[in-house]
Write a protein that binds this ligand. Structure first.
Ligand code: EPZ
Length: 422
């Protein structure tokens, strides 16, 4: 397993181009199961989770070609509807094939994703909603066994909790259902919006895009006339690089970014004393003479994203004062805290709230990546820790950050990827 060696202390400068959104590309790739023709999806990040989903669709029978961030995919020849444990266990977002496979074929088996480092990650809301559309769903031998006679039927469905992939699964299911599906208490993330827009462009009547109530008039099983797609920028990657500029107190410019998708992150960084120059697709962050502490609570979009919580925990170690961060979405999303403490951070955990004391000088050490976003927090801390920080098990990072070491080195950091010799 590869590791990253970071020599801390460098100021950063220059520009970093933000890649396409992993969490938009994943449902978009799954949605091609609904397409009657081959589709080109541009600006897809070349990261492991994307390659895993492409591999899954290929195993089901799709034809695909993925190069230079463009995926050309044709699912017409799909002749299998079983998403096996060996694939799903490596990437729980594989659950996104459940809605489209069931809508198109009337049956499918998807391995239960199971939990991950940040929590139990249930999919009960996905299943409850699909049952309301007439699906028979059983859990047997660790698999979701779903079937429906004569196609899914539109229903009026209210999610008990906002679920991003749950909303995405049901939008895809509703697209091919008989009649009208109304989804209430929907997630409103930009990634959900892009999926709805793509399905609308393919000829499906959808109202309420971007709101908590989405109404879909299904095609009664007719496959969609899907157009080529350009994936939106990755707002979580953008937030992570803004934190890289902030923690090193440097001036850096992000390009190919969508500022309106990260308002909650920019607002918190402004509270910490940072200033910005913002244009349509670029954001420049400027250093501050005094990094102020921050208090934040994670919540569903458009509030502060849970996927940036770990990064702000690292940043808060460099602020002058006490910061508090409350994690409200996942039950175990503090795996980075122990590792940050190994670098010298002073952090207290009380249930789902962490209190970070700053400013604390950090010292390089060996640390362990545990999940995608926790790993990026360790990278940020390594940028300013004295001496060398070695981050082990960086396959976690490779799941969701494209060319992270190259991008950071281009900004002036000193990051080396060390391949573990077999
Ligand atoms: C999506 O996961 C993202 N992944 C996650 O990003 C992100 O952290 C999360 O949304 C929250 O924003 C993708 O989009 C591929 P949820 P998802 O269903 O859809 C509970 C990353 O780092 N819940 O919105 O799995 C759940 O336990 C990843 O890129 C149920 O109880 O999250 C959680 O507490 C990590 N039952 C809350 O809802 C369900 O059936 C939100 O989960 C579904 C969810």
């Amino acid at each position: 397993m590869d590791s990253l060696e970071i020599i801390g202390g460098n100021n950063l400068s220059g520009e970093v181009q933000i890649s396409g959104s992993k969490n938009s590309a994943l449902p978009l790739i799954a949605s091609i199961i609904l397409s009657k023709k081959s589709v080109k999806i541009h600006n897809i990040p070349d990261v492991v989770d994307i390659k895993t989903l492409i591999k899954l669709l290929k195993i089901l029978g799709a034809e695909e070609k993925f190069s230079s961030n463009t995926l050309e995919i044709n699912t017409i020849k799909i002749n299998k509807t079983v998403a096996t444990y060996d694939i799903v266990k490596t990437m729980r977002a594989s659950i996104l094939v459940l809605g489209p496979l069931l809508a198109r074929f009337g049956h499918c088996q998807v391995s239960l994703p199971g939990g991950c480092a940040i929590g139990s990650r249930p999919v009960d809301l996905h299943l409850k909603a699909l049952r309301k559309m007439g699906a028979n769903i059983e859990i047997k031998n660790g698999y979701i066994q779903a079937s429906v006679e004569n196609g899914l039927k539109g229903g009026d469905i209210k999610f008990e909790k906002k679920t991003v992939t749950g909303t995405e699964n049901l939008v895809m299911a509703g697209a091919l259902a008989h009649g009208t599906t109304i989804l209430r208490n929907c997630a409103t993330e930009p990634e959900v919006i892009q999926l709805c827009e793509v399905i609308k462009n393919a000829g499906v009547e959808i109202d309420g895009i971007g709101t908590e109530t989405i109404k879909i008039i299904g095609t009664s099983g007719k496959l969609l006339n899907m157009e080529d797609i350009e994936v939106i920028p990755d707002r979580i990657e953008a937030g992570t690089y803004l934190c890289a500029g902030a923690i090193t107190n440097s001036e850096i410019k992000l390009t190919s970014v969508e500022p309106k998708h990260i308002k909650s992150i920019l607002d918190k960084l402004k509270e910490m004393g940072f200033t910005f120059k913002i244009t349509a697709q670029e954001i420049t962050i400027f250093p501050t003479s005094n990094i102020l502490p921050v208090n934040l609570i994670t919540a569903e979009y458009p509030l502060f994203p849970t996927d940036i919580q770990a990064q702000f925990t690292a940043l808060a170690t460099q602020s002058n004062g006490k910061s508090t961060i409350e994690e409200r979405l996942f039950e175990n999303r503090f795996m980075h805290v122990n590792e940050l403490e190994r670098l010298g951070a002073s952090i207290k955990i009380d249930k789902n709230i962490v209190e970070i004391s700053g400013k604390t000088e950090l010292f390089g050490a060996d640390v362990m990546a545990t999940d995608l976003r926790a790993s990026s927090a360790l990278v940020l801390a390594g940028l300013i820790a004295n001496g060398k920080t070695t981050i082990h098990r960086i396959y976690h990072l490779d799941r969701g950050y494209e060319n992270l070491d190259e991008k950071l080195n281009k900004l002036g950091a000193n990051v080396k990827r060390v391949k573990l010799t077999k």
